[in-house]
Design a protein around this ligand. Structure first.
Ligand SMILES: C[S@@+](CC[C@H](N)C(=O)[O-])C[C@H]1O[C@@H](n2cnc3c(N)ncnc32)[C@H](O)[C@@H]1O
Length: 243
């Protein structure tokens, strides 16, 4: 099977350049968070695997902000994947993705580009689209525009895993709650690494309430919208939007 890495040159700044720079500096720290399953990546990959393997015909799979695609070989192993497309702005993450996907039994195309530009231009039709922890950097209006584009270009379903606030909770209270739940528990990070993670979250993250994430899907035209999983701290939710 083939793996292609496409570099896409485009004019203009990306929506969340600051978020990207911080992420690139903090890749090793983020990897620790994943390795300790602090954001429930394992449970989420299991739900994705179950949903994809339930489809009996071959599919085109789109991974939005794929990062290093670290869990995709496992999550997609039981599915009938015809082609995997991943989009990410981080060249170093995509180089890791090439390694992580080198043995998968399907074709892989990786796009070094801004997912907002790629998707709003409707450049990537797929059967199943997936986004882990990345749409929440966008404003509510921009999330709506993105989901609308995905509704038009995704033939089966979209799944997203993103931060959630309680109904009526302010961003400030959400951040307090995040800090209270995680600061003492994430002993695998040293204080500087925690500060780096929390700085990123408190300057870049724009969570929605579960109701907000589901309304965004309905407003974008998806016919069926479901919550499939919430992490044990009530800070992240997994949503499925069916065409
Ligand atoms: C928190 S990581 C999530 C990685 C992976 N999806 C996961 O669930 O672990 C965010 C990823 O989004 C990428 N990213 C952020 N903004 C982006 C944009 N506008 N276009 C493409 N990738 C972007 C970053 O480079 C990074 O790999």
């Amino acid at each position: 099977m083939s793996i292609h890495l496409h570099h896409i040159e485009r004019d203009g700044a990306v929506d969340d350049e600051e978020a990207l720079e911080q992420f690139q500096r903090g890749w090793a720290t983020y990897q620790k968070v994943i390795d300790h399953n602090a954001l429930s990546h394992r449970e989420v990959a299991a739900v994705l695997r179950e949903n994809v393997s339930a489809l009996s015909d071959p599919i085109e799979f789109l991974d939005i902000a794929c990062g290093d695609a670290g869990q995709m070989a496992w999550a997609l192993a039981n599915g009938q994947i015809r082609r995997y497309r991943g989009i990410d702005l981080s060249q170093s993450a995509l180089q890791l993705a090439v390694k992580n996907l080198e043995r998968v039994p399907f074709d892989v195309d990786l796009y070094h580009s801004d997912f907002v530009a790629e998707l709003t231009a409707r450049r990537h039709a797929s059967d199943v689209s997936w986004c882990g922890l990345s749409i929440h950097h966008l404003t509510t209006a921009n999330k709506h525009t993105l989901l609308q584009a995905l509704q038009e270009t995704t033939s089966r379903f979209l799944m997203i895993y993103e931060p959630i606030m309680r109904d009526g909770e302010s961003l400030e209270s959400y951040l307090d709650r995040f800090e209270r739940k995680n600061k003492a528990a994430w002993t695998f990070l040293d204080p500087a690494e925690w500060d780096e993670v929390f700085h990123h979250i408190s300057t870049c993250d724009l969570p929605e309430s579960p109701r907000g994430w589901m309304e965004l899907g309905r407003d974008a035209g998806f016919s069926d919208v479901r919550e499939l999983f919430v992490d044990q701290n009530g800070l992240y939710g997994l949503y499925r939007y069916d065409r």
